[in-house]
Unconditional design. Structure first.
Ligand code: HEC
Length: 137
């Protein structure tokens, strides 16, 4: 009998199974769902922000490229005294070469109460204006 008792004692004890704590389980599941949805909605916001930043960068690059063109074409000309300030960078609207020349000459001013001086052939030849147009548009 003694040997049998020893044998029984040597057997590893069965681990006690803890009963499921349903409150804790519910808490963990709840927290998991909340995190899942929070992260999901943050992802959408981040994506939106990135696309806004992308557009802004495109816009800044575009403005910068326009400004470079204006610097090249208008530096040292009378046009540059006005059109090299940031809000005056050309082109404002899409003009054909003929429309551009007519605008500068003053015969096709769609701007009402135009603040811009008119320029005749003596100040800027058609050739000068064509070169400017090619540089700007
Ligand atoms: C004294 C300042 C001044 C000077 C110098 C000047 N401009 Fe202007 N320009 C303006 C202003 C202000 C406008 C905005 C519309 C207006 O008032 O006619 C304008 C508008 C324009 C437009 C029309 C833009 C658009 O698409 O709406 C063109 C093209 C233009 N200028 C070209 C020239 C060229 C080329 C020269 C040089 C030959 C020149 N400008 C010189 C002030 C000036």
């Amino acid at each position: 009998m003694a040997t049998l008792n020893n044998f029984q004692q040597a057997k590893p004890e069965k681990p006690k199974e803890e009963p499921l704590n349903y409150k804790q389980v519910a808490l963990v599941l709840g927290a998991t769902f909340i995190l899942y949805f929070l992260i999901g909605s943050m992802k959408d916001n981040i994506r939106e922000d990135i696309s806004k930043i992308d557009k802004r960068i495109d816009y800044v690059l575009f403005q910068n490229a326009s400004y470079e063109k204006n610097m090249k074409a208008l530096s040292g000309t009378e046009c540059g005294t006005c059109h090299l300030s940031p809000s005056m960078v050309l082109p404002k609207t899409t003009l054909s070469m003929t429309q551009f020349v007519a605008y500068v000459r003053g015969s096709n001013r769609f701007a009402q109460n135009s603040q811009m001086p008119k320029y005749d052939e003596k100040k800027f030849s058609d050739g000068d204006l064509e070169r400017l147009w090619k540089g700007l548009y």
